[in-house]
Design a protein around this ligand. Structure first.
Ligand code: MG
Length: 307
């Protein structure tokens, strides 16, 4: 039986202990145009995210609620971001069409900007494997107009997913059959890689799904069957919790999928969701970037640690 409240929908009883039906959805910031790239720093007790069209990167202090600008107005137009094993922020930048790492001394290192001598389109989202490899998607959203980057012609032959070895800086193309690869995340054992295709943003009949690939020891991908079809909008960014469930963005909020592909339930958010991450000292607070705002909700479940 489906249970539906103002903020939650339970499709499957396995979801009942993953949300609290009386828990409020909190808006912690608003005033942006398109928020994205949420990443929580356990060391600094803060959430960092982007407001891409305004070329802003913002920081919310969990202890004081203070908001601050970081790396804003410099033409980076940062999109998806994550932490590597050392807690450094790895981010996708539309403006520089690259993947960068913020070092502990505050400097930025460009990790990937070209493939076969050609500039990337506009790296969109990124995940780090425990072996240190950095996997990212490269759709062309950030160069299609000046809205969230700088308009330019694509140099590459399509929109693909790439794996970067940060030691050797060797970049390998790992997919060739996506329309618009977008969010991505590994399964808990890292034997599977989930990748969203948001081709539906361009064509009514376009892709609106997450595919799941098997990851071989050499880093190549196989299989790639459809894991879930989005029933409202498209899937953009997503993360896993500590039980391997997938919490994903969608137009009406956050959708939660069991690893068996069942839609377990939803958290309704008043704006279109672009991405999310788990945070707080216990990783039991879900931070959600959605259109003009950032929301959070405390959960009786915990996210998977990134570090
Ligand atoms: Mg995205």
């Amino acid at each position: 039986m489906i249970t539906k409240t103002k903020n939650y929908e339970i499709r499957d009883d396995r979801f009942r202990r993953s949300v609290k039906l009386d828990e409020a959805i909190e808006q912690i910031w608003t005033g942006g145009r398109w928020t994205e790239g949420p990443v929580y720093s356990p060391a600094f007790r803060c959430l960092i995210w982007s407001d891409i069209p305004n070329d802003r990167r913002l920081r919310w202090d969990e202890l004081t609620g203070a908001i601050g600008d970081i790396r804003s107005g410099l033409g980076y137009y940062t999109n998806g971001a994550t932490l590597d094993g050392q807690g450094r922020i790895i981010a996708c930048e539309h403006g520089t069409r690259s993947v960068t790492r913020i070092e502990h001394d505050g400097s930025a290192t460009t990790l990937a900007s070209h493939f076969d001598g050609k500039r990337f389109n506009s790296p969109n989202d990124v995940v780090v494997h425990s072996d240190g490899s950095i996997w990212f998607t490269d759709p062309s959203y950030g160069i299609e107009s000046d809205y969230e980057g700088f308009q330019a012609e694509p140099e590459l032959d399509g929109e693909h997913v790439y794996r970067l070895n940060p030691e050797t800086r060797i970049i390998t193309k790992v997919t060739t059959d996506f329309a618009c690869p977008n969010g991505l995340a590994f399964s808990l054992d890292q034997k599977l890689l989930y990748i969203a295709d948001s081709g539906g943003t361009r064509y009514q009949s376009g892709e609106r799904h997450i595919r799941v690939f098997e990851v071989a020891a050499d880093g190549s991908l196989s299989s790639g069957e459809i894991f879930a079809e989005c029933e409202n909008g498209v899937f953009d960014g997503f993360r896993l919790d500590a039980q391997g469930r997938i919490w994903t963005s969608a137009k009406d909020g956050v959708h939660c999928y069991h690893p068996d592909g069942t839609l377990l339930g939803k958290i309704f958010i008043p704006e279109e969701v672009s991405n999310l991450c788990f945070g707080g000292p216990k990783l039991n607070r879900l931070f959600i970037t959605a259109s003009t705002s950032v929301y959070s909700v405390l959960l009786p479940t915990t996210g998977r640690s990134l570090v």
